[in-house]
Design a binder for this molecule. Structure first.
Ligand code: ASP
Length: 411
């Protein structure tokens, strides 16, 4: 096994997981083989995800502190910071525009009626959160006691504190060299642990995909097939055409080279449906395979994993129009502009965990007066859609780090 590269092992693990999951689905949930197989898969998948989560917070903290502290001059810091935000916002805007355009042209949900899903909706309770509440909540979550944030795994608050500490290290200069070196060495150790955890990735990914495939309800999928096809089509359009094109035009890197460097991270994102859990792998790919400088990758990628979500942004937009169609409501241009902005906020505010986008979608629906209970219709198919949108979310972060590196070099 050790002769085969990790990349290939991950690929094989994914394929084997999907095939075995399909086999279990054929056997049926009652079969004892299925039950035992799923139990074993659950154990392996849990250990793999737990290991990634274990390393996540120390990794985010040290990589951002070191990333920012290494951007020595203030001018370089400003450049990276501004360009990163420009990249994040503009690619998310493109994603949402693509989503809205496709949904307007193809009208998902036309022909289905919300009454068909009455049962699901009645069982669904939702915590109401208006745009203003959401914004206040979001703002509040940015600045927290760093020890509490580290202990509770509050990624966004850890990112903010690490950014501030990194900036302070730049401002303090030589006087704080020891802490700078300490952080740097700590980061190296954490990255060594990530390397070890990655040896489990082929098995972990196999287990995750096996579970995912074995638990799909085919009947439900076929009712919503048109909606799913539109979401997947636009997600792939963004991930396979738009983002690689931006990458090629700015850096000259071909999609094939990018794919070779990024596939470990993309497959892990697909299997875990979590940008946060994938972060250790994403950073590793950026630095080791795609040769992004540690300072830039250490800054762009952890920030992107929590903020930059192209897949989520376009999904929120399409889903809002889908639900409007189900409810028989036609959204005006102004309402669609509102969907544009709230979908962006919802994507930025969604933490990088499975189905997070579903939670923040409440806000998008509410902003234009759509029935939030309709989310109940989307929940059962969310696991499948989440795989692809998380993959594109992570792809956006990787491409972001390459593009920002290029932009900064050019000046
Ligand atoms: N699962 C996505 C991610 O981690 C977030 C979402 O639910 O859209 O990137």
């Amino acid at each position: 096994m050790s002769r085969i590269s990790l990349n290939t092992q991950i690929f094989l693990g994914a394929a084997l997981g999907i095939a075995t999951g399909a086999g279990f689905m054929q056997l049926g949930a009652e079969s004892s083989v299925t039950q035992q197989g799923l139990y074993a898969a659950k154990l392996v998948a849990t250990v793999f995800i737990d290991l990634l989560r274990m390393i996540l917070i120390p990794l985010v903290f040290t990589s951002i502190v070191v990333g920012v502290a290494n951007l020595r001059s203030h001018q370089q810091m400003n450049q990276v910071w501004q360009r990163t935000l420009i990249f994040f916002f503009s690619t998310m805007a493109i994603a949402i525009i693509l989503g809205l355009t496709a949904a307007n042209l193809l009208q998902p949900g036309a022909g289905l009626e919300i009454a068909m899903f009455q049962d699901a909706m009645q069982a669904f309770k939702v915590t109401q959160m208006s745009v203003t509440d959401f914004f206040a909540h979001f703002l509040h979550s940015l600045f927290q006691n760093p020890f509490a944030a580290l202990a509770q795994g509050n990624v966004l608050a850890v990112v903010i504190f690490a950014l501030l500490l990194g900036i302070a290290l730049v401002a303090g200069g030589e006087r704080y060299r020891n802490i700078h070196v300490l952080m740097q060495e700590f980061l190296e150790l954490i990255l060594m642990l990530v390397g070890w955890i990655m040896h489990l990735a082929p098995l972990g990914i196999m287990a995750l995909l096996l579970q995912l495939v074995a638990s799909q309800d085919i009947g439900l999928l076929s009712t919503l097939i048109r909606f799913m096809a539109i979401v997947l089509g636009v997600t792939l359009l963004h991930g396979v055409v738009v983002l690689p094109l931006i990458l090629y035009l700015t850096t000259g890197m071909t999609p094939a080279t990018f794919w070779r460097g990024a596939r470990e991270a993309l497959i892990t994102a697909f299997a875990t449906s979590s940008s946060a859990a994938t972060l250790p792998v994403t950073l590793r790919c950026a630095e080791q395979h795609l040769h992004v400088k540690r300072d830039i990758a250490g800054f762009v990628i952890p920030l992107g994993a929590t903020v930059n979500m192209d897949g989520t942004a376009l999904y929120e937009a399409i889903a809002a129009l889908f639900i409007a169609n189900l409810a028989g409501v036609e959204l005006s241009l102004i309402q669609q502009v509102i969907v544009f902005f709230t979908a962006m906020m919802a994507a930025i505010g969604a933490p990088g965990i499975p189905s997070a986008g579903m939670v923040t979608m409440v806000m998008v629906l509410q902003s234009v007066g759509l029935p939030v209970e309709a989310i109940a219709i989307l929940l059962p198919i969310d696991r499948i859609l989440d795989t692809f949108r998380t993959m594109v979310n992570v792809e956006g972060d990787l491409i972001g780090s390459l593009v920002v590196q290029r932009w900064v070099q050019r000046d």
